[in-house]
Design a protein around this ligand. Structure first.
Ligand SMILES: Cc1cc2nc3c(=O)[nH]c(=O)nc-3n(C[C@H](O)[C@H](O)[C@H](O)COP(=O)(O)OP(=O)(O)OC[C@H]3O[C@@H](n4cnc5c(N)ncnc54)[C@H](O)[C@@H]3O)c2cc1C
Ligand code: SF4
Length: 438
């Protein structure tokens, strides 16, 4: 090992080789059979269960937990997948602490919810390991649907359309399918190539052709898709990133957090991935937390998240914030970047403290500087590359326009979460099916 956490600049191999496997190991290891039965026994199997309402895909949670409790995890997986075909990744990445587990009556009573996410993972892992795929392709209808984007929304839409017997072609601009499951989610949440395994498993229903490396707008136009197919689903996510609007943003060492994470996810040997000694992450959401935690795990000496508003306004949940701080990340709130200093490459970031005023967020005029050789911008993604002429509401595509449906992060309404994208893709497929069969 030639480098250490103290080596200046952006360099690879700050840690001993064996540290990478340990640092990026499964963040929440799977339950075994006995642990799953014990966890399932804590469920009250509530009538009108609030956990179901809190799940964007409305999985029948008490039913699948009862199926685990009675020793039939395969049946539990079928219950999960019938509502959420990406139940395996969702079990790993859903912020359950703000969804089903927050709503669980045992959370209200004891501050300790039933471990719904981990139970969901147990059931889907057991069933996938046995090669179970409990759905078959419907009788062919002769209808053809183009799906653009092979992220959670596009994949969920394609699978549901295949179940109804429609022929689906997915157009994906990246070399691999999975969307942010493959290129965005933190490494330690989806280990051992799980995202690709789940894509392969999902496509095994048949009737879905995946064309990777094909970009809408570059290789194919919306007009061509509308002419060649009976319906089109757009699940293109949010490819644009917001600018900091701070002087010096173009200095070397300043980078979009999503690009860094995508590179990290595609790097087989993490000891080769360069990382700064002093890393500053600007933003307050999941992307900021993931970039910061993974920088620390790669061996950065100091990692600081700086967020412009109060901590309670951060979109990363309290659980995620705690995850960051327990990994050694410092969080500074109520400060916004005003300038990036350095001669060619970043050396320091200057921030101004902020205060909320009736006219909006304002600088107090007091500034401070943080040493930095790498800066990640994680201040939100925006719709980019959407076909012209489609209606946009609040910066996102309207859900349905003519032959075109949209869902997931690129579509108006709903939170930007994997599970929400799955729900929207599935629901769009049902709407398309109804439309095609009318
Ligand atoms: C860093 C990061 C971490 C996250 N962590 C979590 C988490 O832990 N838990 C959680 O629930 N959510 C998380 N999210 C949010 C979650 O990943 C998204 O909400 C979800 O992936 C949205 O799914 P989607 O299918 O709408 O879009 P995406 O996953 O973005 O997929 C869109 C797909 O469309 C493709 N595409 C785009 N334009 C074109 C085009 N013109 N032609 C062809 N293909 C195109 C893209 O390459 C991509 O594969 C995270 C997001 C980020 C950025
Ligand atoms: S709210 Fe909690 S206890 Fe009730 S059914 Fe859901 S998981 Fe079980």
């Amino acid at each position: 090992m030639s480098n250490s956490p103290l080596t200046p600049g952006i360099v690879p191999g700050r840690l001993p080789a064996e540290a990478y496997a340990r640092n990026f190991a499964d963040h929440e290891p799977a339950l075994d059979r006995h642990e799953a039965r014990v966890a399932a026994d804590r469920c009250y199997f509530c009538h009108d269960a609030p956990c179901i309402t809190a799940c964007p895909t409305s999985i029948d949670i008490p039913l699948f937990i009862r199926q685990i409790a009675t020793g039939t995890p395969e049946a539990a997986a079928t219950t999960i997948w019938s509502q959420n075909i990406l139940g395996g990744i969702c079990a790993r990445v859903c912020p359950t602490e703000t969804l089903c587990e927050e709503a669980c009556v045992r959370e209200a009573a004891e501050g300790k919810p039933v471990e719904i996410g981990r139970l969901q993972r147990y059931a889907t892992d057991v069933a996938m390991a046995k090669g179970l795929h409990p759905f078959t392709r419907g009788t062919p209808t002769g209808k053809r649907v183009a799906v653009v984007g092979a992220g959670p929304a596009g994949l969920a839409c394609a699978h549901r359309l295949a179940m109804h017997g429609h022929d689906v072609v997915i157009y994906e601009r990246r070399p691999k399918a999975g969307g942010l499951n493959e290129y965005g989610i933190a490494s330690y949440k989806a280990t051992n190539g799980f995202a690709q395994k789940e894509v392969d498993w999902l496509l095994s229903i048949g009737g879905i052709e995946l064309r990777c490396g094909v970009e809408l707008g570059r290789d194919v136009t919306l007009a061509e898709l509308e002419a060649g197919y009976d319906a089109v689903f757009l699940g293109i996510g949010l490819a644009g990133v917001n600018a900091l609007r701070a002087a010096g943003e173009d200095k070397a060492g300043v980078r979009d957090a999503v690009d860094f994470i995508a590179e990290l996810r595609q790097t087989a040997d993490l000891s080769t991935l360069p990382i700064g000694r002093d890393v500053v992450v600007i933003g307050g959401g999941m992307t900021a937390v993931d970039a910061a935690v993974q920088s620390k795990l790669l061996g950065a000496e100091t990692v600081t998240i700086v967020y412009r508003r109060g901590q309670e306004k951060m979109s990363a949940s309290a659980y995620e914030q705690e995850h960051a701080t327990s990994a050694g990340v410092r969080i500074i709130c109520n400060a916004m970047p005003v300038a990036i200093h350095g001669n060619g490459a970043v050396r320091e970031v200057e921030f101004a403290y902020t205060q909320e005023t009736p006219e909006g967020l304002k600088s107090t005029g007091e500034t401070f500087r943080l040493k930095a050789d790498q800066v990640f911008k994680a201040i939100g993604q925006t719709l980019a590359g959407a076909p012209e002429g489609l209606a946009v509401q609040g910066g996102k595509l309207a859900g349905h326009q003519g032959k075109v449906w949209a869902g997931g992060d690129c579509a108006a309404g709903g939170e930007d979460l994997t599970v929400t994208a799955v729900a929207e893709g599935r629901d769009a497929a049902e709407a398309i099916h109804k439309h095609l069969m009318a």
